[in-house]
Ligand binder design. Sequence first.
Ligand code: ADP
Ligand code: MG
Length: 171
Amino acid sequence: MMETARVIWFTGLSGAGKTTLAEKLTAYLKKNGQKCELLDGDTVRNIFPQTGFSKKERDEHVKRMGFLASMLERNGVTVVASFISPYRESRDFVRKMCKNFVEIYVSTSLEVCEKRDVKGLYKKARRGEITSFTGIDDPYEAPLEPEITINTAEETVEKSFEKLLAFLNLN
Ligand SMILES: Nc1ncnc2c1ncn2[C@@H]1O[C@H](COP(=O)(O)OP(=O)(O)O)[C@@H](O)[C@H]1O
Ligand SMILES: [Mg+2]
């Protein structure tokens, strides 16, 4: 395949489906011979656990990852990035830094994400056991002009992935 490197950036609430789709996309690209790296919020936060969830810390985290993504991109590596990245300004900062930036808004509603509660974090946030949780007591600014919007609420992972490949002209 070997296409022009891009930065494919997933944004959306916790549990929206970012990591699920990003992992599948990375595997697909690699299998097809594309140089590709996955940057995932949880992975990065596990390595740097002192990174907090204030606006300032979230912005720094996202902008640093965007800078890294842009460096990989200019060296021919496609980057698949999955971060809640709740603030429009920092996503736009990343967009400006990259050459081929594709913003994928995983628009799955709070209600559905909370029902999934993959990691049990919504329950904790509702109980007040954790604070600054996106969608509960912290903001999420939806993209105004994403390249792609995917709502995973009423379709299988396979169907969403199929749509994603079509949007990206990879099918
Ligand atoms: N169409 C779909 N696309 C992606 N994930 C889906 C879909 N339908 C159901 N899911 C489920 O939703 C959950 C999404 O979790 P995850 O990918 O970890 O979200 P995020 O990384 O956005 O926090 C997974 O358990 C996944 O199996
Ligand atoms: Mg995730």
